[in-house]
Design a protein. Sequence first.
Length: 210
Amino acid sequence: MLSLQAEMNQRIDPGWVTAAYPYLRAVIVEGAEAIEHHGWKWWKKQERDVAQLQMELVDIWHFLLSEVLLRELGDHEQALASLMRSLNAEPTAAGIEFDGNSCRLEQLDLLEKLELLIGLCASRRVELAVFESILRDCDMDWLDLYRQYVGKNVLNMFRQDHGYKEGSYRKLWSGREDNEFLAEIIESTDPEQPAYRELVYAELAKRYPS
């Protein structure tokens, strides 16, 4: 995923490392959108949209990967080592220290965890334990995230390769949006195959109107 993200960042701006875009600001915005999909307004009836929440988490992951890569100046191996150290770190009994408080994840609901994620990112902190806990609350594990992340990444690449930037790309295929076809493809494709990304791209190409 780090390699795919670096490739996409390079496609958007070859000088992305030097540009040092505010990726954690993007996480803040996506986190707020996730809160909207969860529902938080006590003055009106709202229902949690799990599918949209999952999509927001995939978008958040794009930006977290970019931030980790940026901190390692685009070095994939160093970024991977940093991610693995964070994932393997044992949480302290007191929880995560933030703003003078100890936040124990098992005592927070999903909305509170999203707020914590936003606050941490505003403080320039990447805490994967918080993100992983949010994944579980949204009925996802790391393999689910990988499946959806690669799918979204491949679709973005496919769009770019077929004229998205120039305005010639068509999002509607036979009356359906391209992301609907993507959802069907990733549902029927084994994400643990070594050529998973290439298989998803090939299936999109088969369905795209020539």
